[in-house]
Design a binder for this molecule. Structure first.
Ligand code: NAD
Length: 504
């Protein structure tokens, strides 16, 4: 899809209509209590749509619809070819509606339109297509036995899945979960983040158009403490797939323990390192990766490489190059294709990030690029990039997830110290290493305690590779790749005793 101009995006925005009701059993309906939440455009600070604030009663209705659909089997027991065809059609419908969906998501979240277009015209439909194509290529197993038995190992959909989403990649995170959940035959109840429900509701409409049977996909927007909690505690939900903060992920383990011991898949926060060893060339490409790793999506990214661990001998050169590049980032209107950084998702979130920045200065970190103060006077919740030097491992801004446009440099003396500092974290989601030496690169990759290691380039991999965290960044669950299917399938053994037939 070619990128349109700001004026084109504004024209699309002006023509959008916003569906704010809950989607249950194949229809948009008013939420049971009639309560609504305002959806604010973070670029202007103004409310532009109202969305239902789902309550426990709405979750009950959605789970009941999902259970009925699962039992009926129109999806859960349908032929693989049928599920594949529907998901492929959904992928095509998303491609056909990508411009509207991208503008919708940009208005709702403040994400730069360039990122929304890439995610929604390519990554979201490609994710659904990848899982659609996996459906009729997934086989069970036959265990080795003697001739007196046949042992089949098959996998079956787990049942009703609750999907809890964050606001930073609304439709992409939905696709990472819905792709494998629907491919496996499960029925789903989605609780989008309260800040960004609109694209998930539009997705429901497209799923119905693609032929997904009623009740297989239900969307209940609402607050975490009401709709999210009700889904987590629901006795008829078989599994939860959660992406969000570690703090809230912990609650879902409690909800499971306090209800029906549903399985819980957790994708949570991070504090990821970006390591530059002394043999790395500080090329413009490396600097681009460093800046992207810290500032992509305004740093509102679980795998943001905020801790940049740099060989002491290269620190000053790196700081000057990275600061120069960060200063050139365009902070502005998310609907402008030239924008690199939109606003923070809410004014409250910006205030939280600013508190962290103040703590960094208070703890003695040297601020080499302060956030542009002019942005504070502009409507919306804009915040420019900040770069700190001389972070130390014990500082709060080195340890806690900031989730904002802040890059901090920690100088180190050699790969061993880089590893010690990199692994000194409660989290373990992602790491990047730059070195020209393949032995050093693989040594670092083996020793880094995290789910994804990127060598000589910041990347989270692609749809074929699993994504998830060690330690408090995640459970054993993974999104993406064939590994994601494990969240939505359970394994069954069928052991058949055989007798030798009397032949002849
Ligand atoms: P959050 O934890 O505040 O919210 C996530 C979801 O949980 C939302 O839908 C919210 O409504 C719900 N929720 C909040 N409180 C709840 C409660 N008491 N009971 C039940 N549900 C509740 O996270 P966020 O601010 O939306 O997203 C940012 C976080 O997500 C960051 O920590 C980030 O690292 C993480 N994240 C992780 C990944 C990953 O793949 N590991 C990807 C994206 C974001």
């Amino acid at each position: 899809m070619t990128l349109a101009t700001t004026a084109d995006h504004r024209a699309i925005a002006a023509g959008l209509s916003f569906e704010g009701r809950v989607f249950i059993a194949g229809r948009f309906v008013a939420a049971a209590g009639g309560e609504m939440m305002e959806t604010v455009n973070p670029a202007t600070g103004e409310a532009f749509a109202s969305v239902a604030s789902g309550q426990a009663k709405d979750i009950d209705r959605a789970v009941a619809a999902a259970r009925t659909a699962f039992r009926d089997g129109a999806w859960s027991r349908s032929a693989p070819e049928r599920r594949k065809a529907v998901l492929l059609k959904l992928a095509d419908l998303i491609r056909a509606n990508a411009a509207e969906l991208a503008v919708l998501e940009s208005l709702d979240s403040g994400k730069p339109i360039r990122d929304c277009v890439k995610e929604i015209s390519i990554e979201v439909p490609d994710t659904l297509q990848w899982y659609a194509e996996l459906i009729d290529k997934s086989f069970g197993k036959v265990a080795p036995t003697g001739e007196d038995a046949l042992a089949l190992i098959t996998r079956e959909p787990i049942g009703v899945v609750g999907v809890i989403l964050p606001w930073n990649f609304p439709l992409l995170m939905a696709a990472w979960k819905l792709g494998p959940a629907l491919a496996s035959g499960c029925s789903v109840v989605v609780k989008p983040a309260e800040q960004t429900s609109l694209s998930a509701l539009k997705l429901a409409e497209l799923a119905a158009e693609a032929g997904l049977p009623d009740g297989v996909l239900n969307i209940v927007p609402g607050l975490g403490e009401t709709a999210g909690r009700a889904l987590g505690l629901h006795p008829d939900v078989d599994a939860i797939s959660f992406t969000g903060s570690t703090e809230v992920g912990r609650l879902f383990l409690r909800y499971a323990a306090d209800s029906n011991l549903k399985t819980i898949g957790l994708e949570m926060g991070g504090k990821s390192p970006f390591i530059i060893l002394d043999d790395a060339d500080l090329t413009p490409e490396l600097i681009e990766h460093a800046v992207t790793a810290a500032f992509w999506n305004g740093g509102q990214n679980c795998s943001a490489n905020m801790r940049q661990i740099v060989a002491r001998s290269r620190q000053e050169e790196f700081l000057s190059l990275v600061t120069e590049r960060a200063r050139a980032l365009v902070v502005g209107d998310p609907l402008d294709p030239a924008t690199d950084l939109g606003p923070m998702v809410t004014a409250e979130h910006r205030a939280r990030v600013l508190d962290f920045i103040e703590m960094g200065t208070g703890d003695g970190a040297r601020c080499v690029l302060p956030a542009d103060p002019a942005l504070a006077t502009r409507p919306g919740s804009f915040l420019g990039p900040t770069v700190f030097a001389e972070l130390s491992p014990g500082m709060t801004i080195t340890r806690e997830e900031i989730f904002g446009p802040v890059l901090g440099v920690l100088p180190v003396d050699g790969p061993e110290q880089a590893l010690t500092i990199a692994n000194d974290s409660a989290y373990g989601l992602h790491a990047t290493v730059f070195t020209r030496d393949i032995d050093r690169a693989l040594f670092m990759a083996r020793r880094l305690a995290c789910g994804t290691v990127a060598i000589n380039g910041f990347t989270e991999g692609d749809i074929k590779t699993p994504f998830g965290g060690y330690r408090q960044s995640g459970s054993l669950a993974r999104d993406k790749g064939t590994e994601a299917m494990a969240q939505y399938l359970q394994t069954k053994t069928s052991w058949i005793n055989l007798k030798s037939p009397a032949i002849g």
